[in-house]
Write a protein that binds this ligand. Sequence first.
Ligand SMILES: [Zn+2]
Length: 139
Amino acid sequence: MAEFFKNFTKKVTDVASNVKSKAKDTYDVTRLKIDLRKKEADLDLCFERLGRAYYVNTQKGGNDEKLIALLEKAKNISDEILNLKNKIAVAQNKRICDHCASLIDKDATYCENCGQKIVVASKEQENEFQVEVIIEDEE
Ligand SMILES: [Zn+2]
């Protein structure tokens, strides 16, 4: 069974690398999305434990080490989730909503998930715009 999966994975990898880079991106995004779901489940579990630890902490009236460790863990997982979403956004030419961190179309005016207006104001995007203008000038 393990041999089958090994061969199957190799076949998928070979196919993915043989097809154009666009297909490779799709394969990578699938992997990223699997990682993302796992991390989101980890975060849910972490929040559940955090809630319990917070409750215990308030009952004891002190700074519980377990609570602080869980707070740090939740922050780390959240950062990893954002990192994965950024990679998916780059691979799929999308962006992340500043309000709810959903993956949305790069040109979206409003977030498809939370409905917030998308404000494009970061320096990175200004630079990106300048690059596009330069390319147009060369044509
Ligand atoms: Zn949103």
